[in-house]
Design a protein around this ligand. Structure first.
Ligand SMILES: Nc1ncnc2c1ncn2[C@@H]1O[C@H](COP(=O)(O)OP(=O)(O)O)[C@@H](O)[C@H]1O
Ligand SMILES: O=C(O)C1=C[C@@H](OP(=O)(O)O)[C@@H](O)[C@H](O)C1
Ligand SMILES: [Mg+2]
Length: 178
């Protein structure tokens, strides 16, 4: 029989963090479906709420406004939900309030891939990630490594290099015993 602590643990949200393009949204969706939980993608929720894509929010209202929306949404969802799979945007953990509420309410799982794998994926995401635009490859590489610091606070760190999204979701189920 499960202890109270184990039951509480099983009811917690799982929050996926990691750099842009690592696969938080795609893997989160597959994972949620496989284990029968609801899936929430924070960027998609913000886009729906404000009626425009993230790129347009950055263009029209600026990054600062986006960061505020991101913080408001995550504080709300973490305080008021459980048992969900939640994929954050890659910059969310730069805000301490977001980091703290996620770590205190949820199981935070860091998805990681190598720079070598990641850079082959850049063409898939460049148009929809304003943070990557107008940067040289060297600047993006530097951002990739400096951002890793913000992800170092987590409950589990999972390397998914070389795995497709189905395999990555299965790997999470095994590794996290879901
Ligand atoms: N494991 C994977 N293998 C290959 N491509 C992937 C994988 N995970 C995601 N992708 C692709 O990379 C791009 C970014 O994925 P996405 O889930 O949006 O990442 P994130 O939410 O971390 O930014 C998408 O085009 C997606 O199809
Ligand atoms: O790292 C970032 O600063 C961002 C990551 C994006 O989400 P993904 O990590 O899902 O790409 C999105 O929130 C926005 O473009 C900003
Ligand atoms: Mg995403």
């Amino acid at each position: 029989m499960l202890s109270h602590e184990e039951i509480a643990q099983k009811d917690k949200n799982i929050v996926l963090i990691g750099f842009m393009g690592v696969g938080k949204t795609t893997i989160g969706q597959h994972l949620a479906k496989k284990i029968g939980r609801d899936f929430i993608d924070v960027d998609a929720q913000i886009e729906q709420k404000y009626g425009m894509p993230v790129t347009q929010i950055f263009q029209s209202l600026g990054e600062k406004a986006f960061r505020q929306m991101e913080k408001d949404y995550i504080l709300d969802v973490c305080s008021n939900s459980q048992h969900k799979i939640i994929s954050l945007g890659g910059g969310a953990f730069l805000q301490d309030e977001i980091k703290n509420i996620c770590l205190s309410t949820s199981n935070v799982v860091y998805l990681n891939i190598s720079w070598e794998t990641w850079k082959q994926r850049l063409h898939l995401i460049i148009d929809s990630r304003p943070i990557l635009q107008n940067k040289s490859m060297e600047e993006i590489e530097q951002l990739f490594y400096t951002r890793q610091n913000s992800y170092s606070s987590n409950h589990a760190s999972v390397n998914i290099d070389g795995l497709g999204f189905e395999e990555a979701a299965d790997h999470l189920i095994q590794t996290l015993d879901l």
